[in-house]
Write a protein that binds this ligand. Structure first.
Ligand code: ARG
Length: 463
């Protein structure tokens, strides 16, 4: 059991339960590689500024190379007694290269070290997630393109409202995920600044060159206040806020997939490999992936609340509370990454039942608004047209038929327009079809197939 780096101050060993309670090595091992990268950049700067000897640097580089190899091959022995990833790696370094290892921590604290590790690690995760999110967005575009003209019922209040195209519906999610992507790149730009140099909280007495370290680690600049650098985790909170909003969008899509998959809707099918069965009901094919995504949205909201609550009462500067920032952040990163990957894989394989969708769009008087719009174009005020069509719908409900089942004379009569035949001609029936309805929504943002294709083209060139 190795002595702690700080143990000389103490008269007795730390209580065993306290040791376990305060250790983070169980989860912060994930920082191992960025911790080494940060240490190497720090050591190179120390050598360049002649704060340590070039021989020390050579020893540190050699030792770190071996440690990295041990970690990557799973041979590194992590010790709970050494508390966290930083002290484990430093202790091993000293074991391997002697005094040079003891010089590495010159002008540095674990407080600025862990803040740097967090940012480096999160930056890598953000870039991975942006890549997967892009794959998902492209999958949506491709499916939307295939279904730019596939008619389905659009809903409000979960009741059939107006016909739309499936491509248009998918493009709504494309828009949401594009805003999520823009939130992600915004937050990345805001946190890509170097904390190292802040040391414990006040800065350091050595003639360090923070710019050099920032450049070496790919940061865009420096954290400008040492207290802020070691103590705020707003960037982790922002990432979780991004994750919560993204998952909220995924959850809405999931809810729709679950509905569409239910035999009651029957709009889509999913390949068996994205579904699971029931242990009792042999007929079942359950949409577990979208249901779990909907469920996991809750835990990501929880991650955000954990971090907000963690921060809210901490006096400046560093407090050990901050060690609790990692697990919620890791959980959000893992959940978002896994969810996006599965959705990006699954979306291209959605089997669209176009005939079922279209039949559903033809129910529920989905083109009633089109009829009202037609009458407005013939000269009626919209409110009068609305009322005329409402009468016609009521008549159809009574006769259990659709608007298109009426003859022209019957439709005029039902609308109360039998005395004004010039208000309605034969051409009315073309736009009472679901095809006519979507076709006539010809403006940016409308559901007409040509507009959906234009939206897809715009999206592709912006990607
Ligand atoms: N494991 C610690 C954390 O995650 C590292 C920093 C510890 N600093 C300290 N002064 N105890 O925040």
């Amino acid at each position: 059991n190795k002595a702690q780096a700080w143990s000389a101050r103490f008269n007795e060993p730390v209580d065993e339960l306290v040791q376990r309670y305060t250790a983070s090595i169980g989860f912060d091992q994930r920082f191992a590689l960025v911790d080494i990268a940060g240490s190497l950049a720090h050591a190179r700067m120390l050598a360049d500024k002649q704060i340590i000897h070039t021989q020390d640097l050579a020893d540190i580089e050699r030792g770190m190379a071996q440690i990295q190899a041990e970690i990557e091959s799973g041979q590194f022995e992590w010790q709970l007694a050494l508390e966290d990833v930083h002290l484990n790696i430093e202790a091993r370094l000293t074991e391997l290269v002697g005094d040079a290892g003891k010089r590495l921590h010159t002008g540095r604290s674990r407080n600025d070290q862990v803040a740097t590790d967090l940012r480096l690690w999160l930056r890598g995760s953000v870039d991975d997630i942006a890549g997967t999110l892009k794959t998902l967005r492209i999958a949506l575009l491709n499916l939307a393109e295939k279904h730019a003209g596939t008619i389905m019922p659009g809903h409000t209040h979960l009741q059939v409202a107006q016909p739309i195209t499936f491509g248009h519906h998918l493009m709504a999610y494309y828009e949401m995920f594009s805003r999520d992507n823009s939130r992600l790149s915004d937050l990345r730009a805001r946190f890509n600044y170097l904390p190292l140099g802040a040391a414990a909280l006040a800065g350091t007495t050595y003639p360090i060159d923070r710019e050099q370290v920032a450049r070496a680690l790919g940061f865009d600049g420096l954290c400008h206040n040492s207290l802020d650098a070691v103590s705020d985790r707003d960037f982790a909170i922002e990432f979780c806020a991004f994750s919560a909003i993204l998952m909220m969008h995924v959850s809405r899509l999931s809810e729709e997939l679950v509905l569409w998959l239910s035999p009651r809707f029957g709009f889509i099918d999913l390949p068996d490999r994205f579904c699971t069965g029931s242990s009792i009901m042999p007929q079942k094919k359950n949409p577990d992936v979208p249901e779990l995504a909907r469920g996991k949205t809750g835990r990501v909201y929880g991650d955000l609340m954990s971090l907000l609550t963690l921060m809210k009462s901490q006096p400046l500067a560093y407090n050990k509370d901050n060690q609790e920032d990692k697990e919620p952040l890791f959980d959000a990163v893992d959940t978002v990454q896994d969810t996006l990957r599965i959705f990006a894989d699954m979306i291209p394989h959605i089997d669209v039942k176009a005939d079922v969708m279209k039949a559903a769009a033809e129910e529920g008087f989905a083109t009633a608004t089109d009829l009202a719009d037609y009458l407005v174009k013939k000269g009626l005020a919209f409110r009068d047209a609305h009322e005329a069509v409402a009468h016609a719908v009521k008549a159809c409900v009574g006769r259990n038929c659709m608007l298109t089942d009426l003859s022209l004379a019957e439709l005029r009569f039902a609308c109360g327009l039998d005395s004004r035949p010039e208000m309605m001609g034969d051409d009315v029936f073309a736009l009472l079809t679901v095809e006519g309805s979507v076709e006539s929504r010809q403006h940016v943002g409308g559901t007409a197939p040509a507009q959906v294709l234009a939206a897809i083209t715009r999206a592709r060139s912006a990607l």
